[in-house]
Ligand binder design. Structure first.
Ligand code: CP3
Length: 347
């Protein structure tokens, strides 16, 4: 099955491209009125995410409405804890909440290693529908949270600025932390392999809370588990299915991330492109425009995009924001960002 537009996959594999590919983290979401309409129809975020036909519909919207070079499956990183036996709620204006948390060895008894087909079949079904309806126009990105980021939500029970409950456990009960991290890892490997079998063309791992750890803690509690996931995927599928590691805030770990078996490293706006190329010489880089640039004028957006591409270069590069797009961003500014990459990113 030949993709009509495989720029993202070629850039990820380190092959030559005739133009820089572009997509946006959190592109399937609240910036689009068309998304809000489908979410309204579904009734809630969780209803939308667990109804494969609707999840597929909002996955494809940004391809049609924004002109991005990839779709990303509409879901959430928190479906993995739910599949392990820890359900979440999405509270309006507040974000995710886990009514129960996991903080002791005893709490682990109620968790199991997720079975992808049985516990996450609705995501796999959404992937199959997207593949059918996309008709090979662009690749589909599958994803999961990194084990450490999932650990943060499962132990803390909600979002936090510091995740001090989660971090406390790293100091007070490291054996518990490693046992839970391994269970999350085993669940995530099964889930991501199943996403690829269902049709995902590239996998991104989001370590959204990497930046709260010290370099030593990152080495101990995050990297080894991301390494297991990368190695398992590369062993099962080769570089035909590239893996992207995005560790928000982990500027201090770029060199080590560069030694993983992933093909792409995602960067946030705190990480300088030139310095990152030196630290990660033989992988494709993705990023890293500050999402707040999209609040500026059309002219400023174009100028920031040119500046970014000049720094990264046009090969081994995937244009993106440095984190997810903010929900109150004007879709016309998003289209300006995408058009600017397509224009200025021509080789
Ligand atoms: O377009 C895409 O990128 C695909 C969909 C996607 C969602 N969540 C949908 C969503 C992806 C890739 C995610 C990943 C995710 N979820 C991460 C990692 C990426 C990151 O931003 O760091 C994290 C940390 C979460 C957890 C999460 N989910 C939070 C903290 C929140 C509330 C805050 C927020 O951003 O809304 C969510 C809810 C969520 N996930 C929404 C969407 C579209 C909004 C819910 C709604 O529509 O009401």
């Amino acid at each position: 099955m030949m993709l009509q537009n495989d720029l993202l996959l070629r850039a990820a594999r380190g092959e030559q491209v005739e133009r820089v590919p572009v997509w946006m983290m959190r592109q399937a979401g609240r910036i689009l009125a068309e998304y809000r309409a489908v979410r309204e129809k579904a009734g809630s975020f969780i209803q939308l995410a667990t109804t494969p036909e609707l999840a597929a519909e909002v996955t494809i919207q940004p391809v049609d409405l924004l002109g991005v070079d990839a779709a990303i499956i509409f879901s959430d990183i928190l479906v993995v804890p739910e599949a392990m036996g820890l359900p979440y709620e999405m509270v309006e204006q507040r974000g995710p909440v886990f009514p129960q948390t996991v903080r002791t060895m005893k709490d682990l008894d109620s968790l199991h290693i997720a079975d992808a087909e049985q516990d996450l079949g609705y995501v796999l079904e959404a992937i199959r529908i997207v593949k059918r309806d996309l008709q090979n126009r662009v690749p589909l990105i599958g994803f999961a949270g990194a084990p450490f980021t999932i650990f943060c939500y499962m132990t803390e029970g909600k979002g936090s600025k510091t995740f001090s409950v989660a971090k406390k456990l790293l100091y007070t009960d490291p054996a518990f932390a490693h046992t839970l991290l391994q269970k999350i890892t085993d669940s995530t490997i099964a889930y991501l392999k199943a996403q690829v079998t269902a049709g995902a063309n590239l996998i991104q791992i989001f370590d959204s809370w990497a930046g709260i750890l010290s370099p030593e803690q990152y080495q101990t509690f995050s990297l080894p588990y991301i390494k297991q996931i990368c190695d398992a995927l590369v062993e099962a599928h080769g570089i035909e299915i590239p893996v992207t590691v995005f560790a928000k805030g982990a500027f201090f770990a770029r060199q080590e991330i560069g030694t993983l078996s992933c093909s792409v490293v995602g960067l946030d706006w705190n990480m300088d492109p030139t310095e990152s190329r030196q630290l990660i010489p033989d992988k494709t880089l993705q990023g890293n425009l500050d999402p707040c640039v999209l609040y500026s004028s059309f002219e400023q957006i174009r100028s920031e995009v040119r500046n970014m591409i000049d720094k990264f270069g046009k090969q081994r590069y995937i244009a993106n924001l440095g984190h997810g797009v903010y929900p109150d961003t004007n879709p016309d500014k998003v289209r300006c960002f995408i058009e600017a990459v397509k224009e200025y990113g021509q080789v």
